[in-house]
Design a protein around this ligand. Structure first.
Ligand SMILES: CC(C)(COP(=O)(O)OP(=O)(O)OC[C@H]1O[C@@H](n2cnc3c(N)ncnc32)[C@H](O)[C@@H]1OP(=O)(O)O)[C@@H](O)C(=O)NCCC(=O)NCCS
Length: 167
């Protein structure tokens, strides 16, 4: 079973073990460290449990931490929009964990926050992440050409969006 729960200090070793992976770093923004040390993991645990508007959770299976999912609400006039992000330890890929975790994160967002728009920017070489978002009901709003540079390469960003359903 896949769940989401708060991130605790005891997760730090597994965070460092799985986050220290170039295949994960390649799909995330450059503030995600590489290599990823145990100190980075402790800093991350402190950050997510500190003040601020991040709502970031552990993805866990029956046994332990396997990844991270979270939303980051934007500010100013974009304050009712949140960016969605996630990564999963490579041994657990392609078993449906992130699709389930994103579904849970969507429920949390609609029920516990005033966010009305969730968006995720996916690098053009990451079809698995696009598939996760499509399975969770997101639509592709735009392809933002040449929007980013990662690992020295210029890439397009696929902007996926989910709007609060009108009841
Ligand atoms: C992308 C990532 C989050 C996917 O997590 P996951 O738990 O493996 O995803 P799921 O198993 O829920 O779903 C993956 C889907 O993508 C599909 N997929 C996997 N590789 C694919 C590929 N190369 N091309 C097309 N589809 C692919 C899977 O078949 C599955 O779809 P299906 O259920 O219809 O068969 C995970 O691989 C990861 O952490 N990658 C590195 C970090 C990252 O990319 N974060 C997101 C940044 S936007």
């Amino acid at each position: 079973m896949t769940t989401i729960r708060p991130i605790v200090k005891e997760d730090a070793k597994r965070i460092a073990k799985y986050a220290n992976n170039r295949e994960i770093w390649l799909n995330l923004r450059d503030y995600f460290p590489h290599p990823y040390s145990l100190d980075d993991a402790y800093g991350f645990v402190e950050m997510v449990n500190g003040p601020g508007s991040n709502k970031i959770f552990a993805i866990a299976n029956e046994e332990a931490f396997i990844g991270v999912v979270g939303i980051h609400p934007l500010t100013d006039i974009y304050g009712r929009t949140a960016e969605l992000g996630y990564w999963l330890g490579e041994p657990y890929w392609s078993k449906g964990h992130v699709s389930k975790a994103v579904e849970l994160m969507i429920d949390y967002t609609w029920q516990e926050t005033d966010i009305i728009r969730i968006e995720a920017g996916v690098f053009d070489y990451n079809p698995a992440s696009m598939r996760v978002l499509e399975k969770c009901g997101f639509y592709e709003e735009a392809i933002r050409k040449n929007r980013l540079i990662k690992d020295g390469k210029i890439c397009d960003e696929h902007m996926y969006v989910l709007l609060l359903p009108i009841s």
